[in-house]
Design a binder for this molecule. Structure first.
Ligand SMILES: [Zn+2]
Length: 314
């Protein structure tokens, strides 16, 4: 048992329940938001968020981890309001995307770490929302500007004890590069989730990630490329067969709204890519493949709880 922060205040990890470990409320490009405000209708987006989060609640989702980095328009006030209006327990993020943002190019690395630590210990801006997870990313491969962000994230993690959840490009096996940097920074890999692992068709790569101590985030369920749901379910079942149910988390990497896509396009072209897809479709696919109810519970309830319970600075 431990207390963690959500956008609407502290909760006990015992109350997390069915948890999606990698989703987004809003993903927006800050320069467009700032300089073309007429492109965004906040009320309309809030209506949509309420609708999508309510559907998720009705499908049994109790907690959602929002992994939108600072530089992709993380909006803590919006997350908080959407959580209040729907009852979804949303864990808010800090962290940066895959390259050092221009702001930090000529600054010292600890300035990146300091912002993350502030979000976690004091709160994001004036919203009162405290972040409880650190997002970082590597795409399409590790480069020096990316490594800076990963090291800054690792230090913020050790200073605060909140978990790290990543974005990878598995085709280039970048999860292993991330693990190398985290280990060099003294990170206990059991406090990390290597994300987008279900985009991989290489079971040896995923086995190595798990053997090294991280969780595999199988968190793009519902996205038809680069792997179908059936292929993703096959891989999860194969890993469960190897005894790894206690090292896998499930999610969709979906969003209430993502401004990189023309409005409505995702709902029209990939309607299954939403917060209810695991509950409605993926779990039945896993059961067809012999995955037990116990293993499903482990991946959707127990592992998220364990990840957030393993708290504390070190
Ligand atoms: Zn994501």
């Amino acid at each position: 048992m431990a207390t963690i922060q959500t956008a609407t205040g502290p909760i006990d990890t015992a109350d997390m329940g069915f948890t999606l470990m990698h989703e987004h409320v809003l993903v927006q490009w800050p320069p467009i938001l700032q300089q073309y405000p007429e492109k965004t209708d906040r009320n309309h987006l809030m209506e949509r968020a309420i609708q999508k989060l309510t559907a998720a609640r009705e499908a049994g989702v109790q907690t959602m981890v929002d992994l939108t980095p600072i530089d992709l328009g993380r909006d803590a006030a919006f997350i908080k309001e959407a959580a209040e209006k729907t009852g979804m327990q949303i864990i808010a993020p800090t962290g940066l995307y895959y390259s050092t943002p221009f702001y930090f190019v000529g600054r010292r690395d600890h300035e990146m770490t300091d912002l993350m630590v502030r979000d976690i210990t004091e709160g994001i801006s004036t919203t009162g929302v405290r972040a409880n997870v650190i997002k970082c990313a590597t795409e399409p491969e590790m480069h020096p500007m990316n490594e800076r962000v990963l090291r800054a994230s690792a230090r913020a993690h050790r200073e605060t004890g909140v978990p790290i959840c990543t974005h990878t490009f598995p085709e280039n096996r970048t999860g292993l590069d991330q693990q190398r940097v985290f280990k060099e920074e003294g990170v206990n890999l059991s406090r990390t989730v290597i994300g987008h692992s279900d985009d991989s068709d290489d079971i040896d790569y995923l086995d190595e990630i798990i053997q090294n101590g991280s969780y595999c985030g199988m968190d793009r369920l519902g996205l038809p490329r680069p792997r179908s749901d059936e292929e993703r379910a096959d891989m999860i079942a194969a890993l469960v067969d190897r005894g790894y149910a206690n090292r896998i988390t499930l999610s969709h990497d979906a969003a209430c709204y993502m401004d990189m896509l023309t409005d409505g396009l995702a709902d029209e072209r990939i309607p299954q890519w939403n917060f209810t897809h695991i509950a409605k479709t993926i779990i039945p696919l896993l059961k067809e493949r012999g995955v037990s109810d116990e293993a499903v519970h482990q991946m959707t309830v127990q592992n998220p709880r364990d990840i957030f319970e393993r708290a504390g600075a070190y």
